[in-house]
Write a protein that binds this ligand. Structure first.
Ligand SMILES: [Cu+2]
Length: 207
């Protein structure tokens, strides 16, 4: 009798293993990204898309003041190579090496030059950005030196990765307008976005 009972128990266990995968530990799921994330059109001519988010409606978002953003010239390169600036901010361009550089700022949309200044070794030049747009940054002396600045009036703005993926964090729930800006005007778009929780996925198309 005892042997039979043992056998029955073993059978029950075997069958439980075979048809009850719910007991097996679930494979490790990737954590859901926090914030607003997704894909936008990829980089165009080497410049990634810019994603901006502004509250829909009249309520303006107060942005805390911050120190002037800075872009340095070092090692025959601009650093950082991509910079987001708020409308009304002044950017300080510095030259941290022993060769003379130049900072030329041109509006991305029509290539008009808004600043063209020499930066001596150890020197600096400031520029106040009062107009929302993309700006090509180059140095007359070194054609390989390039950077890009996007000036935004939105409280949230970020460059996407070259493949278009992006993420914006710390966005309170509410109604927003999400915009994609690209050097290529045909890739620009705008859509309404209702943020209801800590994680919102958005597909803005390959463009
Ligand atoms: Cu230079």
């Amino acid at each position: 009798m005892k042997r039979l009972a043992l056998f029955a128990t073993a059978l029950a266990v075997a069958s439980a293993c075979a048809d009850a995968p719910a007991d097996a530990p679930a494979p490790e799921a990737a954590p859901t990204p926090q914030g607003i994330y997704g894909t936008a059109p990829g980089a165009f001519a080497g410049t990634p898309s810019v994603i901006t988010l502004r509250p829909a409606g009249a309520a303006a978002t107060e942005l805390p003041p911050r120190d002037n953003p800075r872009m340095d010239q070092l090692g025959l390169a601009f650093s950082p190579g991509l910079l987001v600036v708020r409308v009304g901010e002044t950017v300080t361009f510095t030259n941290s090496e022993t060769v003379t550089h130049n900072v030329k700022l041109a509006l991305s949309d029509n290539d008009s030059t808004v600043m063209d200044a020499e930066t001596d070794p150890g020197g600096r030049v400031d520029f106040l950005f009062d107009r929302e747009n993309g700006y090509e940054v180059t140095c007359d002396h070194h054609p390989g030196m390039r950077a890009f600045i996007y000036v935004s009036s939105a409280p949230y703005a970020t460059f996407a990765a070259n493949n278009g993926s992006f993420r914006i964090t710390d966005v309170p729930p509410g109604f927003y307008t999400l915009s994609v800006w690209s050097v290529d005007p045909t890739r620009r778009s705008e859509r309404a976005l209702d943020v209801t929780g800590p994680s919102t996925e958005v597909s803005l198309g390959p463009g």
